[in-house]
Each structure stands twice: as structure tokens, then as C-alpha cells.
Design a protein around this ligand. Structure first.
Ligand SMILES: C[S@@+](CC[C@H](N)C(=O)[O-])C[C@H]1O[C@@H](n2cnc3c(N)ncnc32)[C@H](O)[C@@H]1O
Length: 222
């Protein structure tokens, strides 16, 4: 068995043992096939991790950048409870339509709002609206824009806000300083921006599993 096959088998073991995915969540994951980007949602054990993070931080106001079919948003919305507010940003109308149906089916449409359009613009609109700060931000869209998203997320934060950025390892490509891949460059700039900002404390972890070799970066705003 190859290493990636072993990683996937171990993920399946943990998912089968620990992750409670009800029919609505399973249907949402499957419905990513109806979006423009099938299968790029988080794995079930990462969804459960997001739910735990929401509950451990007590997050009620949650901002997500990158909705797809709504899989990660449903995990967070359910964990946050019926008095929570989740704002999720999505560029593509096709994806937003699939996600809205999934939010209704999963019983969280009352607390999840999709803001459609380029997230960089949506975030500027949000900042102009001067909302209450978000407790938790999950950044999971076009990776080249991660520095822009981080900056806006910090503007929408309070001391103690957690910001989680997914896919910051990219099969190890993140260490390729001479890369010309915009997604790698965006991720490297993100890491440099976190390191340079005295308000931010961050760390990054590599992961292997059903989604191959990747990882995430977690930041606390002070
Ligand atoms: C990795 S998927 C999100 C997966 C989702 N968080 C989940 O785990 O269920 C990335 C999403 O970001 C969206 N996206 C890409 N570029 C965007 C942009 N500039 N503004 C807003 N959304 C964007 C894509 O259409 C896609 O639906």
C-alpha cells in the first residue's frame, strides 16, 4: 500500500470511529458534485474539527470565505447553535444555489447568510457596514488572495478572534521560494504577513489524509 493510500485508510478509520455525519451532512458532501468544483470541501474529520473549534472558542459570529456546497459551514453552524450567525462568502452562483439548498435541508438556513460575489469586495462591504466583530474566521477560497483575506479578517476581528486558513502546505509547495504559482505565492505572503504583524500569533500544522498532504494555519488576534 502506498503512503497516500495508508493516509486515506487511517482517515477512514478515524471518520468511521469518531465522526457523526447525519444524512444531511452526507448529502451536502455528495452534492459538491453539483458545484463547479467537486470534492474540494474539507474532509469529514476536518469538518468535525471545525465544529469542535467553534465550541471550544464559544464562537457565535463566524465568517467563512469559500462556501462551495456548504459542508464546512453546516459543521460550524450546527456547533455554534441556533443563536449563532454565520456569514459565508462565495463567488459562484451555481455553488451558492447548491449551498442554500443544503443549509435548508440541514436546518441551519436561519443562521447562515451567503454573501455572493468576489470575497475581496464582499469583505470591503462588510467592513463598511461596521458589524460586531467576528469570533472565528475560516479562510478557504482562492489561495492567491489569502493575504487580502487575512487583512480583512483582522479588520473584522476583536482581541481573541481565531482565524483558520486551510490548505497552507499544498503538498509541501509552500517552501518553494522561487515558485511562480500564484496560490503558493499567496500562501507564502500570508505566512510572512502573520509573522510581521505584532497583533497576530500563529502556527501551522501539516496534515495527511483523504485529501493528501496539506495542512492549515491557525492565528489568534490580540
Ligand atoms: C475549497 S472550496 C470551499 C470549501 C468549503 N469551505 C467546504 O469545506 O465545504 C473554495 C470555494 O471558494 C470559492 N471562491 C473561489 N474564489 C473566490 C472568490 N474570489 N471569492 C469568493 N469565493 C471564491 C469557490 O467558488 C469555492 O466554492
Amino acid at each position: 500500500m502506498s503512503a497516500p493510500e495508508q493516509w486515506a485508510e487511517v482517515d477512514r478509520y478515524f471518520i468511521d470511529s469518531l465522526v457523526k455525519e447525519d444524512p444531511a451532512l452526507a448529502a451536502t458532501r455528495e452534492s459538491s458534485g453539483e458545484t463547479l468544483f467537486p470534492g474540494i470541501d474539507v474532509a469529514p474529520n476536518m469538518g468535525a474539527f471545525l465544529g469542535l473549534l467553534v465550541q471550544l472558542t464559544g464562537a457565535k459570529r463566524i465568517l467563512e470565505i469559500g462556501t462551495l456546497a456548504g459542508y464546512s459551514a453546516i459543521w460550524m453552524a450546527r456547533a455554534a447553535g441556533s443563536d449563532a450567525q454565520i456569514t459565508t462568502c462565495e463567488l459562484e452562483a451555481t455553488n451558492a444555489k447548491v449551498a442554500q439548498e443544503n443549509f435548508e435541508h440541514a436546518g441551519v438556513a436561519d443562521r447562515v447568510q451567503i454573501r455572493r460575489g468576489p470575497a475581496a469586495e464582499t469583505l470591503q462591504q462588510l467592513i463598511a457596514e461596521q458589524p460586531e466583530p467576528f469570533d472565528l474566521v475560516f479562510i478557504d477560497a482562492d489561495k492567491r488572495s489569502n493575504p487580502t483575506y487575512l487583512k480583512s479578517a483582522v479588520s473584522l476581528s476583536r482581541p481573541g478572534t481565531a482565524i483558520l486558513i486551510d490548505n497552507t502546505v499544498r503538498q509541501g509547495q509552500v517552501v518553494q521560494a522561487d515558485s511562480e504559482n500564484p496560490d503558493v505565492l499567496g500562501t507564502r505572503q500570508l505566512i510572512a504577513d502573520i509573522a510581521a504583524d505584532g497583533r497576530l500569533t500563529g502556527t501551522a500544522l501539516q496534515t495527511v489524509g483523504l485529501k493528501g498532504w496539506d495542512g492549515f494555519t491557525l492565528v489568534r488576534v490580540s
